[in-house]
Design a protein around this ligand. Structure first.
Ligand code: ADP
Ligand code: MG
Length: 230
């Protein structure tokens, strides 16, 4: 492909030191994700999926390796510049929704847009549109505690897409939901990702979900390997 990858990871290494123990979870991970691609990331608990997503999403700095977002090297950027890239180009969905409890669904989706510089009116309008696309038109004024787990996670998905990121990183986005709700939320996520053309990396334990991805990679012993799930 001649396109510039939305995400390019080279030689990523991550070691955690706790007291006198050191644990290396990523041992030279390479990954390119192209516009519109949905990449599944699988691997048992503790294999380093979150570590990889957090480094790729510029939430943490790895011990070694390079990360480029839309062709821009972010490794040597200041924290301030990395925050700007994260806000403008990357959306993140966690296993637990991490919504702001005292705000409505609409506000939770409008706020990141306003932090990125949007005016309140357009931000709220876009938030309403995203929530409707996720089947939450009649939940916009609800606070997180007034919604089901599946609904909360849909709001988190809308929030992640609020700033029209080029890259969506989802860390077991349905891992905390029952199987039926998990399938439904994943279907909404999948549809919205396809519609927006955002590139996505989705970590999951769930092979059923992984089968819908364009390709699936497995984390094994700190390396990524192509994985067949068909
Ligand atoms: P996964 O998401 O695949 O379950 P993680 O990336 O969360 O894997 O964790 C990989 C390994 O690194 C686990 O053994 C975990 O306990 C360890 N780990 C993760 N974060 C830290 C941290 N901040 N400090 C120490 N160890 C950590
Ligand atoms: Mg994890």
């Amino acid at each position: 492909m001649s396109e510039v990858p939305v995400l390019s990871v080279r030689g990523l290494e991550r070691t955690y030191v706790t007291g006198d123990r050191s644990l290396t979870v990523l041992r030279g991970v390479d990954l390119d994700v192209y516009p519109g691609e949905i990449v599944g990331l699988i691997g048992p608990s503790g294999s380093g999926k979150s570590s990889l997503l957090h480094a790729a999403g510029l939430l943490e700095r790895p011990n070694a390796g390079d990360i480029a977002i839309e062709g821009r090297d972010c490794t040597r950027m200041s924290e301030r510049a990395r925050t700007r890239v994260r806000l403008g180009s990357i959306g993140f969905v966690y296993q637990f929704h991490h919504l702001l409890a005292e705000f409505t669904a609409l506000d939770n989706v409008a706020l990141p847009q306003m932090i990125a510089g949007a005016a309140q009116g357009p931000a709220r309008e876009r938030a309403g549109r995203l929530l409707s696309q996720l089947g939450l038109a009649d939940r916009v004024e609800h606070q997180p505690a007034q919604m089901s787990g599946g609904e909360q996670q849909r709001v988190a998905i809308a929030r992640a897409l609020a700033n029209a990121p080029r890259l969506l990183l989802a860390d077991e986005p349905t891992g905390n939901l029952d199987p039926t709700t998990s399938s439904e939320v994943f279907a909404s996520l999948y549809q919205l990702v396809r519609e927006t053309g955002v590139a996505a990396v989705i970590a999951t334990h769930n092979f059923e979900l992984a089968r819908h991805m364009d390709r699936v990679l497995a984390l094994k012993d700190g390396h990524l390997e192509p994985q067949s799930v068909f």
